[in-house]
Write a new protein. Structure first.
Lengths: 141, 386
């Protein structure tokens, strides 16, 4: 019993430590988007290429994060699929003209910079602190 | 054809120069293929081809109004061994025929106005939304095999006298509705049927129309229904007594399709059933029915590597129609292959294909080839998205 509790304590500790060291995933958008929050369902539809426009009719621009851990964390948490499968879906839609090829950047600073300068853009970054110069969207159920 | 493409590109260029500066996305894909065919007469054919490079241009002209252009460049280098089979049965090659062919084609050019997700209007020239692969018929990165299922290959497209699969459409209304567990997409389209102008260049095409409904359950399960109707126009035709019929023959063509795609864990299973009936307006020309189905299964056997197998079957009832019996009343195809994707823009595929015909008593003359009742082919390809 004692050893079980110890294992559980160790596991929780590891998870907390990983989270602290690696940080959270922030969903960010350009200030031109007229939203402050986004539902999980909308987020999934956007990153699956099924929702291409914001409610005001403007075209959604996606920026992908090339950092493996951040991408895996984001896609499994909000889209429910592996990164490789997401990219397969994108390729199919891109080649049929159903979505634009997303910009892909590796570093958080570059992504934040890109989103802050690109109208109607949405992306995601990881970090210990929320990024500045962009809207940080609250994700609702 | 090149003149037409030139004029269209000029029109597009001048047209877009008049518009406010917008970013145009330029991307596409390239295909390189190697194929080897064994033939009945002891000869063999194999060749490398830069099968196609498609350059795609897409941009939003104004808010809710965008366009898409798909230009295809193809080039082929084909080598054929010429020789004879010696007394021991071994083929001896004594010469090679090398042929090259290249062309540029405007595959698609369309513009789209999005009123809402539920109502989108698309106009121009684009592949008709029929079945699971018609809009993807040449987009190799979009299918696991080297070529799409047999029915979507060149020999079965509408521009051929025995064509089944619709070619292009010109006006489409489409949209999608999202439910709690699925997305439903609809397509309603109009176009021109393709006349089979064997001799008379003045034959006019008729009107064609079709529908497609696709239910998408979280990208894991997709179920589609398609229908298509047009009037096929022939200018020459044989009747059942092998008599050459004069005059124009018009046939009402109906097509229906049901397709399913299911992904579960490392596995994917997909298939489609297509039913076609042509009914002539003339009494001296028989009506006929053709059916087709394929089943494709694949499994991820290692990271980025999938093993796949497919069975395709085509059947017709052209027992006495010499114009159409080139497939011996039916053809079957079995494929076994590997698909390796080292990264998300590259696919390497290799497969063995075995074809066998349904009726061995019928004459078989597969387009451009000289096979008997069964043959085997090997195909490999490299696809790169850029």
């Amino acid at each position: 019993m004692k050893s079980n509790s110890f294992c559980l304590f160790l596991l929780t500790g590891c998870l907390v430590l990983t989270s602290v060291l690696w940080g959270d995933v922030y969903i960010i958008s350009n200030s031109s988007t007229r939203i402050n929050s986004i539902s999980k369902k909308e987020l999934k539809q956007i990153f699956l290429g099924e929702m291409n426009r914001w409610k005001d009719g403007s075209k959604i621009k996606i920026v992908d994060n090339l950092d493996k851990k951040t991408a895996e964390n984001f896609y499994s948490k909000y889209v429910g699929k592996k990164t490789a499968r997401i990219k397969q879906i994108w390729i199919k839609k891109m080649l049929r003209g159903k979505m634009s090829p997303p910009e892909s950047l590796k570093y958080n600073d570059d992504i934040v910079d890109y989103v802050s300068n690109k109208k109607h853009c949405i992306g995601f970054v990881s970090g210990k602190k929320a990024p500045k110069g962009v809207k940080v969207l609250k994700v609702t159920e | 054809m090149r003149k037409k493409i030139g004029l269209l590109l000029l029109f597009l260029t001048v047209g877009f120069m008049q518009l406010p500066a917008k970013k145009i996305d330029v991307y596409g894909y390239s295909d390189f293929m190697f194929s080897y065919w064994e033939t009945a007469k002891g000869t063999e054919k194999y060749g490398f081809s830069q099968n196609r490079t498609n350059v795609l241009l897409a941009s939003e002209v104004f808010k809710k109004w965008d366009f898409f252009v798909n230009v295809e460049f193809t080039g082929q280098l084909r080598m054929q061994a010429v020789g004879s089979v010696d007394e021991t049965g071994i083929f001896r090659s004594d010469d090679w025929i090398v042929t090259t062919e290249s062309k540029v084609e405007l595959e698609e050019a369309w513009t789209r106005f999005t009123l809402s997700d539920k109502l989108v209007i698309k106009a121009g020239s684009f592949y008709a939304s029929f079945g699971r692969f018609n809009v993807d018929q040449d987009i190799s990165p979009n299918y696991i095999t080297v070529r799409p299922p047999m029915i979507y290959d060149d020999a079965f497209r509408s521009k051929n006298p025995v064509g089944i699969i619709p070619d292009k459409a010109n006006l489409e209304v489409q949209g999608s509705f999202t439910g709690s567990t699925f997305t439903a997409q609809y397509h309603l389209y109009l176009g021109n049927s393709m006349p089979n102008r064997l001799y008379d260049e003045n034959l006019e095409p008729g009107l064609s129309w079709g529908t497609r409904l696709l239910f998408n359950f979280d990208e894991n399960l997709k179920i589609g229904f398609s229908s298509y109707f047009d009037k096929v126009v022939h200018d020459k035709h044989y009747n059942e007594d092998f008599l050459w019929l004069d005059g124009v023959i018009k046939e009402r063509r109906s097509l229906f399709s049901l397709d399913v795609d299911y992904t579960f864990g490392r596995f994917n299973l997909n298939g489609e059933y297509i039913w076609n009936r042509n009914e002539s307006e003339r009494e001296d020309v028989d009506e006929f029915t053709r059916t087709f189905f394929y089943i494709n299964g694949s499994a991820e056997i290692a990271s980025k590597l999938r093993l796949y197998a497919e069975f395709d079957q085509y059947r017709d009832n052209f027992h006495n129609d010499r114009l159409r019996t080139f497939l011996g009343n039916g053809i079957n195809k079995v494929i076994l292959g590997l698909n390796f994707k080292p990264n998300w823009v590259t696919a390497i595929k290799a497969e063995v294909q075995h074809y066998f015909f349904n009726d061995s008593t019928m004459p078989v003359d597969f387009p451009g080839q000289d096979y008997t009742n069964s043959y085997t082919a090997f195909m490999a390809s490299l696809s790169i998205v850029f």
